[in-house]
Design a protein around this ligand. Sequence first.
Ligand code: FE2
Length: 276
Amino acid sequence: MGKKTANILFIGDVVGTPGLQMVSHLLKGYISKYSIDFVICNGENAHHGKGMSREALHQLREAGVDVVTGGNHTWSNFNFFDTLKSDPAVLRPQNYPRGAYGHGYGIYDMGNGLGSIAVVNLQGRTFMSSIDCPFRTADWVVKQVKDKVSCIVIDMHAEATAEKIALAWYLDGRVSAIIGTHTHVQTADERIMRKGTGYCSDAGMTGPHESVIGMQVKAATDRFLYQTPHKYECAENDVHFSAMLLRLDTETGKTVGIGRIFYPEFDTGESLTGEK
Ligand code: FE2
């Protein structure tokens, strides 16, 4: 009888070369430390802070990533379109209008005799483009894959926390886990919902945190101060690795454990709760 649980690592938005280097540097160590069977990674900002590229994809795959998910910035680098169309290891949100190229979900072998997992990429609509409904799209995808796999993990790339939480209640018990991306700030609300779906509002950013969500501070603050465009450049310093760990029961597809990784931790000064 084989192993009954699968350990999944879900890496939050990898930003630019600093983020890619952090993944290359740390991922193999995490894979062995936590006996990771399968790695999902949001890479929509891996190409110099915006979009994806073949080089970034190659680096992530070499580091140990199995599937790279995307979001609104997936479409930013025109040179990546052919790869997006043809490489099953790259996903873009499923709920873009029909006919948009690329794939929004895929079924992958987890190896180690664990069977298959479906990875689904969705995108929110609140404070974002008015694409197709992520809720109804999720219904459709679940219908396509549920007879083929027990484990289904969703990357919900969205701005609004409420939209992500609503999706978690909507899909509770029908998918293994829903992990949010896009805000680049890791949230501390990881939990297992009532019917067994693992959830966290945002996996955070693997990238430079001496920044405004990955971009150099001056251009970002000037945008707010003057309400005019200022050229974003990817930041470089204070790089952290931000990810979620999931343990899935491969028979029921439910999450049996969920945890956060944020390395190194931020400096929070003196311990105020006595828990450090
Ligand atoms: Fe995004």
